[in-house]
Structures are given as C-alpha cells and as structure tokens.
Design a protein around this ligand. Structure first.
Ligand code: GRF
Length: 202
C-alpha cells in the first residue's frame, strides 16, 4: 500500500514511520512521497536522507487551500497513494480533499481528543493542570481534530513535569502509537462505522 506523509516541521513522527518501515513493521505499507508546505521543514531532509521522494506544495499569494490541495491530489494519484498520513502538517486540508480521501487520511494529535484541540495541545493541557493527557490518532474529517478516533494513549502529567519533560514523553508515545496504527490500517484491520472505529486483534 503506497503511503504519502504530509509534514510541515521537525518530522520526528515521519522519522518514526521511516524507522518502522525499515524494520519491516509497516506490513506492506511503503512511504512513497513526503509533501510539505514549508521549504525549510527538517522533515524534508529526513525524507531525502531515507531516499524518499519529496514534494514542496505551492504556497503564497493567490494559492488557495483548494488549489494547493489539487496539486497534492495530482501527486498522490500519479503514485497510486492509498493512505495519507499527516505528521505535523500545519495547513488545514480543503473539504474537497477530505471528502475525496474519506477514511484514508489519518492524523496524530498530542492530546486526548476532544480535549485540547488546536495548535498547542501539549501546552494547553499542561497549563490547564490536567493530571492525564496523551495522544490521539484519528481519521480526518472536515473539522479540525475532530474525526473518528482510532487509538489513544494516556500520558500522566507528573508533579515535577516541566512543559519540556511532558513534551518529551508525549512525543515518545506518539512515536510508538503512530507506526502501530498505520500497520493496522495497512493490514486492513481498521473499520469505521460513524464515529466508532474498531481494530481487529490478531
Ligand atoms: C506532533 O506533536 C503531532 O502530534 C502534531 O504535530 C507534531 C509534529 O511533530 N500534529 P513532528 O514534526 O512529527 O516532530
């Protein structure tokens, strides 16, 4: 199954997926393309270092989300991409894109959704003073951080935590849960009915 990863930043989740692929842990999943809206994204470097093709999405004045997503669709279609994985992609996808790839776009978010949606999931949870936060892997729908939840992992907030130490543990949880979910998807073990997602066990 050909996979495309969209990433705007550091790319640590992309790296976890690449490592899983190299270790044979993505089943028949293969990352064939990494797309970014940010020419400076370290994620692009990580992809190149792994020998994965990259594509810089057009941005700037006059380039609407709709037009940029159309360019993405062309790239995905050319490579027979069946699964789109968002890994720190900072742009919202257009409704048309989400509808076209319904059930085939997955995102990871650093909180236990529906709590702490948005750009600062870790910081917002920390500042709110919650005792448990975590990570969520979910299908993408038209609304931000809203689609059906596939998997979640809780991360306790420790009394001695700083925002940095909490961030580190959240990212560690992300790097273990994301490749696992992608493998389940590739293996055809995930089904969605409305908001309910079931994952078939071995
Ligand atoms: C991760 O925390 C992810 O949950 C969020 O964006 C961050 C991306 O980090 N959507 P990285 O670029 O994968 O290191």
């Amino acid at each position: 199954m050909n996979i495309a990863v969209f990433a705007s930043g550091r790319g640590s989740n992309l790296q976890a997926l690449i490592d899983a692929q190299n270790a044979g842990e993505l089943a028949g999943g293969r990352i064939v393309l990494v797309l970014s809206d940010n020419p400076e994204a370290p994620a692009l470097e990580k992809a190149r270092a792994a020998g994965i093709e990259t594509f810089l999405l057009p941005a700037g004045p006059g380039m609407t989300r709709h037009r940029s997503d159309n360019v993405a669709v062309e790239q995905l279609a050319e490579r027979g991409v069946e699964l789109v994985v968002l890994a720190g992609y900072m742009r919202l996808l257009s409704d048309e894109f989400v509808d076209r790839y319904k059930g085939r776009v997955i995102n990871i978010h650093p909180s236990l959704l529906p709590a702490f949606k948005g750009l600062h999931g870790i910081r917002d949870a920390y500042e709110h003073g919650v005792k448990i936060t975590g990570v969520t892997v979910h299908f993408v729908d038209r609304k931000l951080d809203n689609g059906p939840v596939i998997a979640q992992k809780a991360v306790p907030v420790l009394q001695e935590d700083t925002i940095q130490s909490l961030e580190e543990r959240i990212h560690k949880a992300e790097h273990s849960i994301y490749p696992e979910v992608i493998r389940f998807y590739v293996e055809g073990r995930i089904t969605v009915r409305g908001r309910k997602v079931t994952v078939k066990n071995d």
